[in-house]
Design a protein. Structure first.
Lengths: 303, 832
């Protein structure tokens, strides 16, 4: 049985603006949210220049968020987020075969007049529909169909879908790390982790299944004898599928793994737009250069 | 009284429909009798006058409606029928009560959707229709708006079925438009039919707008401050921009764009000339997801970054609440009757057109079974597609539509088609002066302290053609004024406006947005620049036409044109001159006219209707110039003459028509700075030509005087051909000549002082001294000989060049100090 693992995460973002920025507002999803298998031991933000104002709150999906305002002219902005976090393995491994047939799960969340939902189901149902970055379209259901045979257990089908996407898609870091329209992803079958995650979400939701976008990090160096994971130098994204028998179960289509002890969760939402690590609005002229550096290091004594 | 009246000869009374003016037996309904009698009595000439009155009012008041796919992107005149639509008092009571009930119900639904979400948990409403929509703003969950009101202004689209009842077709909960047009329609049509209007005791509309004013003040979380409300518009390209201007005036609130507001510490401020002013209430005409690029759509340039933070903190009231648009999906219509019973314990009063959301299998089956007679609409308004009218489809089309629905049922809503009622529109002409058109009715409600206040009237929308199935403004439909007839009672329940006393008198506008100031300044500059450029081109063309390429004055004036880059440098003269008039080069005449129009459109709310009309005419002239460039120089001269008249009219408006507040001051400063700079530059170039001995003196002075619009004064004073000293005295040193350099300097010193530009005033005073010290005596021929005289002329040219440079510097300082820097762009950034 694996023990708990502790990580230190350092996520540095640096903007160099071409012109002077006279005003800037930034919305950060950089603090790791707690969940049954993850505990945040410490989180700190180092911000340069110092913001004129900072306020912290919880967003509409339960994620911690910080809002920063800068009112003095500046030419660079550096934000370093330092996280100390502990992950624990699942008490019992998820048994795919034990999950209900996917059609039953889809039917469970399809609307029926005057049928009441309990809290867990109601929480899941919000993630069943299209969202700004995840347009839902029957073409995605068509793509996924071969993995969702009649009466296939939900998690086995999701596992097969993850494997199919991983097999058929090419990981291709682009000029930006921001999401590409899904129709384009479907056509080119290329993209970065956000695109993989959005695509898998579109497939699941097109079949009527609740699935959410998870933003986080990957362990930078693999344990001895294991391959290095793709996307480990930047922030990462994967998906979680809701199974009435097992709760939310994570799938990382970029790496074809079920996240367990090497994925640190930051936040979840419907798609990238809900939980972008850092989005902002600046007032000024000219363009900017952005550099991002992420490292995720296990604590030596944790193995 | 029956429809056998010759009036109705052209009114094809289709059987099986409800006809507003008469019953199935052809007798005119009692509440229409007075109006029909009036129409029968009126002479053709009278009716023509009325119709012309309406057309003129629309034109002169600048009532327009922008059509998005109009190839020209230009404004279309508002289409208003001469005849009002009439609703009798008893029917109105029922209708108004139904609208008020529906508004209250929808407000309660919003409170639930952004609060406990019981309607979703217990299956009263499908989650698909809420969470599946872009218009549901997740970030607003749990945010309680001031006073608990979500739906401040509500509109409902109704259609009258053959059974005579009004049926609900759609709810408008995002930012309902049209109330301002209804008010404008009322102003025009009630004047056209003044007697009938009085006789019928049609109920006034002002109470509605008063109630809206009161609401904004009541909900504004202002504490002890005087509440400041604003109307947030997406800008002048929006289809209903006219209405935004009009409403802002009617409500007495500043009309602002997103860039006029900033959020600091969860508080909204308006950027004004006098600094930041706290904003307490925002009546928004911007859709929710565009309202805050920080949290919502990052690509929105229309919103205010951080607005949601201010809303969450309860520091600003936004009407309607962000996220209210979620109720606009037609998918909800079928669920509302049961929700009304559940939330209000009473039946829903207004009947709703039968509507099936196909995401529910039994409803979908029913819709598919009846598809051939239904209209199909998108369940999610973000997935725009035009409604599909199944009866118009062939068998194959119908099968295809059915397949589309089966493939993704939750995305579709099917709705019963109503045979819309018909009302008469005025067509003029001798026989059959009325024609039948399908109509729909949009009614408005505003949240009051005790329930919703319904506007007694509304917008009757008229189909473009007699066989149209829907009425749509975007599809080229028209409108009618809507009269709710009096029932003998006086207009009880109208909101009383607070009487304004001496202490309330306002002489300045403290809430002038900086952007407006900046645009007024540029409006002033471009007006003057148009004037200058037109005059200069006219001089050159007239000299060329009059004397040919060798005319003595031509070379000097051309030199100025080249200095201002008005004529392309390496081209034969004639085509170069034609290009200067009709070409589109940057800084050229057409470009300057376009910039003038751009600035004017930004300040439209500050301009009188006549002034705006003048500007629209200029825009037309500029368009004509682009579409049909003048073929030869004679035509070009005619064009310039016409332009000069219109441009001069602008100057009249600037100096006589506008209130002399701070905004006006910036406009005048813009004009004066532009004129100063232009005049100084031109005279400097002309003098250098003389100093170098390249130019004929009399011919040069002739065009300089013309350019400075000082020919008449010169002739009256000197009764002779222009000579150097008196001419320069008139255009440079004469502080009483409004076209002289010194005049501009002194006016600028005064106006800059009035807007707090201490340093600029000092600069202008120094300039005044420098220019005043010019000694024209040095130019007398006898004194220093020819060479000395030339040196003196060159010295004067240098001094004028200094003046032009000082004008540029003053403009830069002004902009650094006062302006919003519209060129500084707000941009989104994102990092993974």
């Amino acid at each position: 049985m694996t023990r708990a693992v502790r990580y230190r995460v350092r996520h540095a973002t640096h903007y160099a603006y071409q012109g002077v920025v006279s005003r800037s507002q930034q919305l950060l999803h950089l603090a790791p949210r707690a969940h049954p298998r993850q505990r945040c031991l410490d989180h700190e933000l180092a911000i340069e220049p110092a913001p004129s104002r900072r306020s912290d709150r919880i967003d509409g999906f339960g994620n911690p968020v910080s809002v920063l305002e800068f009112e003095r002219a500046h030419r660079t902005l550096a934000i370093v987020s330092s996280i100390h976090v502990e992950l624990r393995p699942r008490a019992r491994p998820v048994d795919e075969a034990s999950s209900p047939p996917w059609e039953d799960v889809a039917a469970r969340y399809a609307y029926r007049a005057a049928r009441a939902l309990d809290d867990a189901d109601f929480d899941a149902i919000g993630f069943r529909f299209e969202s700004p970055f995840v347009g839902v379209d029957p073409r995605f259901a068509d793509y996924a169909r071969e993995c969702f045979g009649a009466r296939t257990p939900l998690l086995a089908a999701a596992q097969a879908l993850m494997e199919k996407i991983h097999r058929e898609f090419t990981y291709e870091p682009g000029a930006t790390q921001i999401a590409t329209p899904l129709a384009e992803v479907l056509a080119t079958r290329r993209g970065v982790c956000q695109d993989y995650a959005h695509f898998m979400l579109a497939c699941l939701r097109a079949l009527g299944l609740p699935a959410r976008y998870v933003s986080g990090y990957l362990r930078t160096r693999p344990p001895p004898g294991r391959p290095r994971l793709v996307g480990a130098d930047a922030s990462h994204a994967w998906v979680a599928v809701y199974c009435p028998a097992n709760g939310w179960v994570d799938f990382d289509p970029t790496n074809r793994v079920r996240p367990e002890l090497e994925h640190v969760t930051l936040a979840w939402g419907r798609d990238f737009g809900d939980v972008s690590p850092q989005r902002g609005v600046i007032l000024g002229s000219g363009t900017h250069a952005l550099t991002v550096d992420v490292s995720v290091t296990p604590e030596p004594d944790a193995h | 009284m029956t429809r056998s009246s010759p009036l109705f000869a052209g009114y094809a009374a289709e059987p099986g429909r409800y006809h507003e003016p008469f019953g199935a037996d052809g007798t005119v309904r009692p509440h229409w009798r007075a109006l029909v009698a009036e129409l029968e009595r009126a002479s053709a000439a009278q009716m023509r006058q009325r119709r012309e009155f309406v057309a003129r009012q629309i034109r002169e008041n600048g009532v327009t409606y922008n059509v998005y796919d109009d190839a020209n992107g230009t404004e279309r005149p508002w289409d208003l029928d001469l005849l009002p639509n009439l609703i009798d008092a008893a029917e109105w009571e029922t209708l108004a009560a139904g609208v008020a009930q529906r508004a209250a119900l929808l407000d309660a639904v919003l409170a639930d959707l952004y609060g406990p979400q019981r309607l979703l948990r217990d299956g009263s409403l499908p989650a698909d229709l809420v969470f599946g929509q872009r218009d549901f703003v997740w970030a607003c969950r749990g945010v309680a708006p001031p006073g608990g009101t979500f739906l401040h202004v509500y509109a409902v689209d109704l259609a009258r079925a053959p059974d005579g009842r009004w049926w609900v077709l759609a709810d408008r909960t995002q930012a309902p438009s049209g109330a301002g047009y209804a008010l404008e329609n009322r102003h025009i049509v009630s004047h056209a039919f003044a007697e009938a209007f009085r006789a019928l005791k049609a109920r006034p509309l002002d109470g509605f707008f008063g109630a809206l004013q009161t609401l904004l003040q009541r909900l504004a979380p202002a504490g002890t401050e005087a509440p400041l409300g604003v109307l947030l518009t997406p800008g002048r390209y929006n289809e209903t921009y006219f209405e935004h201007v009009y409403l802002a005036r009617a409500l007495g609130v500043p009309l602002v764009e997103g860039q006029d507001l900033i959020v600091r510490g969860a508080t909204v401020f308006l950027k004004t000339l006098g600094g930041l002013q706290r904003v307490h209430a925002i009546l928004r005409r911007v859709d929710s997801d565009f309202c805050d690029p920080l949290e919502l759509r990052g690509d929105s340039a229309l919103g205010v970054p951080g607005l949601l933070e201010a809303v969450r903190a309860g520091r600003v009231a936004v009407a309607n609440a962000l996220g209210s648009g979620v109720l606009e999906t037609p998918g909800l219509l079928g669920f509302l009757p049961r929700i009304c019973e559940r939330l209000r314990g009473e039946p829903l009063a207004l009947p709703t057109v039968a509507t099936w959301w196909c995401g529910e299998p039994p409803a979908c089956a029913e819709a598919l079974a009846n598809l051939a007679r239904l209209v199909v609409k998108p369940a999610f308004p973000s997935r725009r597609f035009e409604p599909v009218f199944a009866p118009a489809l062939g068998r194959a089309g119908l099968a295809e539509l059915g397949a589309r629905i089966r493939r993704q049922p939750q995305a579709y809503v099917a709705q019963e088609l109503i045979d819309l009622s018909h009302a008469p529109v005025w067509r003029g002409g001798a026989a059959g002066r009325l024609a039948a058109r399908a109509i729909g009715l949009r009614l408005y409600a505003v949240a009051g302290e005790r329930g919703y206040v319904v506007m007694p009237g509304g917008l009757t929308r008229v189909a473009a053609r007699s066989d149209a199935r829907v009425v749509s403004m975007q599809a080229g439909g028209g409108s009618k004024d809507t009269w709710v007839l009096g029932d003998g009672r006086s207009a009880a329940g109208e909101a009383q406006r607070r009487a304004l006393g001496v202490r309330d008198v306002v002489r300045t506008d403290a809430f002038l947005p900086s952007r407006l100031i900046e645009n007024l300044f540029w409006f002033g500059r471009y007006s003057e620049r148009c004037d200058d450029v037109t005059r200069l081109l006219r001089i050159v063309l007239a000299r060329y036409v009059g004397g040919g390429p060798g005319a003595p004055a031509l070379a000097g004036a051309l030199e100025v044109c080249r200095a201002f880059e008005l004529t392309p440098p390496k081209r034969a003269l004639k085509p170069a001159l034609l290009a200067a008039v009709g070409g589109g080069a940057a800084g050229g005449l057409r470009d300057t006219l376009a910039r003038l129009f751009g600035a004017a459109a930004q300040v439209r709310g500050r301009l009188s209707q006549e002034n705006w009309r003048g500007i629209v005419e200029l825009q037309r002239a500029a368009q004509a110039l682009a579409e049909r460039p003048p073929p030869d120089l004679g035509d070009a001269l005619d064009v310039l003459d016409g332009l000069l008249m219109s441009v001069s009219a602008l100057s009249g408006f600037a100096f006589d028509d506008m209130t002399r507040d701070e905004g006006w001051r910036f406009l005048v400063i813009g004009r004066r700075l532009e004129r100063l700079q232009f005049l100084a530059d031109v005279v400097a170039v002309a003098l250098r030509g003389l100093a170098a001995g390249r130019r004929d003196e009399a011919a040069t002075l002739d065009w300089v005087l013309e350019l400075a619009d000082s020919v008449i004064t010169y002739r009256m004073r000197y009764l002779s051909a222009p000579q150097l000293i008196p001419a320069l005295d008139l255009v440079v040193l004469d502080a009483a000549n409004p076209h002289a350099v010194l005049f501009q300097i002194r006016e600028l010193a005064r106006e800059l002082g009035a807007v707090g530009g201490g340093a600029d005033v000092a600069a202008m005073r120094a300039l005044d001294e420098r220019v005043g010290a010019c000694d024209l005596a040095a130019l007398e021929p006898s004194l220093l000989g020819d060479a000395g005289r030339r040196d003196a002329i060159a010295g004067l040219a240098d001094r004028l060049a200094e003046v032009a440079a000082a004008a540029r510097a003053a403009s830069d300082r002004l902009s650094a100090r006062h302006f919003a820097h519209v060129d500084d762009v707000t941009r989104p950034t994102v990092s993974a």
